[in-house]
Design a binder for this molecule. Structure first.
Ligand SMILES: C[N+](C)(C)CCCC[C@H](N)C(=O)O
Ligand SMILES: O=C(O)CCC(=O)C(=O)O
Ligand SMILES: [Fe+2]
Length: 421
């Protein structure tokens, strides 16, 4: 039912997608039927039973170590790693993809235990490692996670006893940094302890793993309840769980919090694993998961306080998944900053509210809430694309500093240390 509604909402996109999806299939089957002799399985022979293949009109099918791959000929030609097609010093393609005939077919095919050899009509030869193919083909990627994670509830996070790293280990040892990043990638939160309670030292900690993402709040930001900026964060009020900067087209990837001072009561920080909640919704209410990952919404930050004049807009669905493996990569959830919904028709909007309610109920379950009191010295890193934060109301003087980090640079640091992300 809702599916039809979505189709109504985006008829052009849907038409385009169906057209693209159908075209190659029809073409393949027609040719196959008219020339059945093409469909013949060949194999590497008795000594090497590992690999067999069959040539179809537009692609070849390869069976290697029990896995089946469908490899399009244009794709194969485009991924030639020979010296004239690919610069292995810069890891860049030199082949002009637009010069490849879209109906290209290999003139000769040979396979041995480790390698597929294709000779193209112009005599150019390409070799592909079978292992490389199985890693890089669509079927292989479909079954892999871009970023492995450990989803958590209050209890499972506490039971995991994830260690914090000390300021010195974090700054001075590769191991300290690596362990920290590994935990941060797995859990979406991580702590550095014993950091001198100043803005400068906090910045040093941030810059150990990434460039700081400068925003309308500056490079390093300060937060006190002085209403110096036009946002509820700058008051003493409680803040329900949310992700930040949903009103940016690309919300900030990571955030760092350091409480430099608090003389008063309350003010604890709330953390909730948004992906854990979303996966519960996917399991128990798959249609609601679909709606939340397909209906884009506008988020807005309008500020006119003192010298600060801003109007930021960010549009996207609450849940964001990679289309090929359905892996979640971002949750955009902020009920304060969600703008007027005017991109959804009335009979879908009710459905969206109901899906949003289901997710919200999951996010609000006490067993998913992790409450921590930030103290001077304890720096909290939050993956703002995954873990929601909030705070309890408070009394007295409370001063936080922190910054946003560019996600690309955090992940770059992690990959250089051999971590999967
Ligand atoms: C973190 N810092 C204090 C700089 C800004 C707070 C921004 C709060 C905003 N409602 C949002 O959720 O993005
Ligand atoms: O005051 C806090 O603990 C956090 C406020 C907040 O949500 C933010 O600064 O993004
Ligand atoms: Fe926030």
């Amino acid at each position: 039912m809702w599916c039809r509604r979505l189709a109504w909402l985006y008829p052009e996109t849907r038409r385009l997608l169906t057209k693209v999806a159908k075209r190659p299939h029809r073409w393949t089957t027609k040719l196959q039927r008219s020339s059945p002799s093409v469909v013949r399985w060949l194999s590497t022979g008795p000594g090497t039973p590992e690999c067999s293949w069959v040539l179809h009109p537009g692609h070849m099918e390869l069976l290697y170590s029990g896995a089946s791959m469908h490899l399009d000929y244009v794709w194969l030609r485009d991924h030639c790693r020979s010296a004239s097609c690919y610069n292995s010093k810069t890891n860049q393609r030199s082949l002009d993809t637009a010069s490849v005939e879209l109906d290209i077919k290999p003139a000769q095919v040979r396979v041995d235990e480790t390698t597929l050899y294709l000779t193209w009509p112009d005599g150019h030869m390409t070799r592909y490692g079978l292992e490389w193919l199985s890693q890089n083909c669509y079927e292989g990627q479909k079954q892999q996670l871009v970023q492995p994670r450990i989803l958590w509830s209050t209890q499972s996070y506490k039971e995991a006893n994830v260690p914090s790293v000390s300021y010195l280990d974090f700054l001075e040892t590769g191991e300290g940094l690596r362990d920290f990043l590994q935990n941060f990638l797995l859990y979406g939160i991580a702590f550095v302890e014993d950091v001198p309670a100043t803005r400068e030292e906090t910045q040093k900690v941030a810059e150990r793993i990434s460039h700081i993402r400068e925003t309308i709040y500056g490079k390093m930001w300060d937060l006190t309840s002085d209403f110096s900026r036009g946002d509820t964060a700058y008051t003493k009020l409680a803040l329900d769980r949310h992700t930040d900067t949903t009103y940016f087209q690309e919300p900030c990837g990571m955030q760092l919090f350091h409480c430099l001072r608090h003389e008063g009561t309350g003010g604890r920080t709330l953390l909730v694993d948004g992906f854990h909640a979303a996966e519960q919704v996917r399991q128990n209410h798959p249609e609601d998961f679909e709606i939340l990952s397909n209906v884009p919404l506008r988020h807005e930050y309008i500020e006119n306080v003192g010298e600060s004049h801003n109007h930021m807009v960010g549009i996207g669905p609450v849940l964001n998944v990679y289309p090929w493996n359905k892996e979640l990569y971002m949750i955009r959830y902020n009920n304060y900053d969600r703008a007027v919904i005017n991109t959804v028709p009335y009979d879908l909007v009710r459905r969206w509210y109901s899906s949003h309610r289901i997710l919200t109920t999951e996010l609000r379950k006490p067993e998913n809430e992790l409450w921590v009191k930030l103290k001077p010295g304890k720096v909290l890193f939050v993956d703002n694309w995954r873990v929601l934060h909030g705070r309890e109301s408070f009394t007295g003087y409370r001063q936080l500093c922190g910054c946003y980090l560019t996600r690309d640079d955090v992940l770059n640091t992690a990959r250089l240390m051999g971590l999967k992300s």
